[in-house]
Every structure is written in structure tokens, then in C-alpha cells.
Design a protein around this ligand. Structure first.
Ligand code: VGL
Ligand code: ZN
Length: 226
């Protein structure tokens, strides 16, 4: 099996997470770094700024250099997306509404396709990123997870990509811990991937205890907190 081969001549340094050295990366390796939504609108000054959202950027840049495989996600909404409070007269930001797929928090307009707010943070430097998964472009469905829209059924295509390429160990970082990171990590487990969330390279929104609840759910799903 691939995991039992010892590679001695790897040019890519071994990854250390929480002080633990993992196997050195090789062309055959199956680890992938999934970087969630490092976009201007989720950073200070943006439309849906996550506290300290930009603080994770240099950490993620550094971490990414140790991964042979890196994938980015990009929240990518239509202008009048149903998850925006502005699409619901009489509602305000952070109100909740019921949609066919469940409860939906109404967000400020953010990450609108083609806008500067939807661009990746300018300091994010991941030249070897091999795939960008865009999500949230179906008008009536929000999409937190990199795998499925919030109906938990409409796929983004990421699972197929990972399976076809033999990438089975996911390391998830980015914004926001309690929404897109958590949904991605939990769906990854549901689909049978090994999932580790690297906490110091994430930042949360934390609405009504959502950060603690998200960690609880991630741990219950078998996500490793590193
Ligand atoms: C996100 C709320 C709305 C996220 C995206 O990236 O966590 N949160 N859209
Ligand atoms: Zn969004």
C-alpha cells in the first residue's frame, strides 16, 4: 500500500502539526490542504468580516508550502442571493428564516461574483493551488460546505475530484470555523475522508455559541482537532 512506502529523497519537507511529524510528502502522497474562503469580504474591512480573519493568512501560506496538494474554496454568490438579508424585505442581517432545506441565517451581501469582496485576500500566496471550488452560486441555496450546498444533496464536485486523484487525508483551514470550515469537515467525514482541522489557521464568526457547537459537532463526526 502507498502508505507503507518509505520515501527518503522527498524534496518536500515533512509536515508537523501540533508537534507531530507526519509522513513526508511525495508525488504519491494522499494528503491535501483545503483552504476555505480566504476572501476579502471575510477579512477586516469586508462585508462579513470574521474577527482576525486576516491573521490566518500568513500561517496558511506557510502551511501550504508543506503540502503537495492544495485546494481553495471561494464563496461565489449571485447578486441577489437568497442568503442575503437584502433579498428579504423587512428582514435584517443575522435574522433567521425557514427555507425548504432548513433554517437559514440572513447575511449581509458578501462574496458577490466578480466583485473585489469575492477575491482572495491579496496576501494569500498559494501558487501551487491545483483547484478552486466555487460554491453558493445557486440562487435559492446557500452553500457552506465545500462538498454540498446547504440542502446537503447538491454536490460541488469536490468529492469526485478527491476520490479520482486518491486524495484521502484532508487538512482543513480558513474561514469561518463555525460555518464553512465546520460544514466542510463534517461532510468530509460523512463521505469517508480522514479530516483534520488545524485550529490556529482558522477563525470563527461565533453567533450565539456557534463556535463551541461547531467544534462539538466536528468532534462527534470524528474530525481531528489539531
Ligand atoms: C460563510 C457565511 C456565509 C463562511 C460563507 O465562509 O463561513 N459564512 N457565507
Ligand atoms: Zn456566503
Amino acid at each position: 500500500a502507498v502508505h507503507s512506502i518509505t520515501h527518503t529523497s522527498s524534496i518536500i519537507p515533512a509536515v508537523k502539526i501540533a508537534g507531530r511529524a507526519l509522513r513526508p510528502a511525495t508525488p504519491a502522497e494522499n494528503r491535501v490542504l483545503l483552504i476555505v474562503d480566504i476572501q476579502n469580504d471575510f477579512c477586516p474591512g469586508g462585508a462579513l468580516a470574521v474577527p482576525n480573519g486576516d491573521r490566518v493568512v500568513p500561517r496558511i501560506n506557510k502551511l501550504a508550502r508543506k503540502f503537495a496538494h492544495v485546494i481553495l474554496t471561494q464563496d461565489w454568490h449571485n447578486e441577489d442571493h437568497l442568503s442575503f438579508a437584502s433579498s428579504h424585505p423587512g428582514k435584517k442581517e443575522m435574522d433567521r428564516i425557514e427555507l425548504p432545506y432548513g433554517s437559514q441565517i440572513l447575511w449581509p451581501d458578501h462574496c458577490v461574483q466578480g466583485t473585489e469582496g469575492a477575491e482572495f485576500h491579496p496576501d494569500l500566496k498559494i501558487p501551487h493551488c491545483e483547484l478552486v471550488i466555487r460554491k453558493g452560486y445557486h440562487h435559492e441555496i446557500d452553500s457552506y460546505s465545500a462538498f454540498f450546498e446547504n440542502d446537503r444533496q447538491t454536490p460541488t464536485g469536490l468529492a469526485g475530484y478527491l476520490r479520482e486523484r486518491g486524495l484521502t487525508q484532508l487538512f482543513v483551514v480558513g474561514l469561518a470555523t463555525d460555518f464553512c470550515v465546520a460544514y466542510t469537515a463534517i461532510d468530509g467525514r460523512r463521505l469517508g475522508f480522514d479530516v483534520t482541522v488545524i485550529e490556529d489557521s482558522c477563525s470563527g464568526i461565533d453567533i450565539d455559541g456557534s463556535l463551541e457547537a461547531a467544534w462539538q459537532q466536528m468532534l462527534e463526526a470524528g474530525v481531528v482537532r489539531a
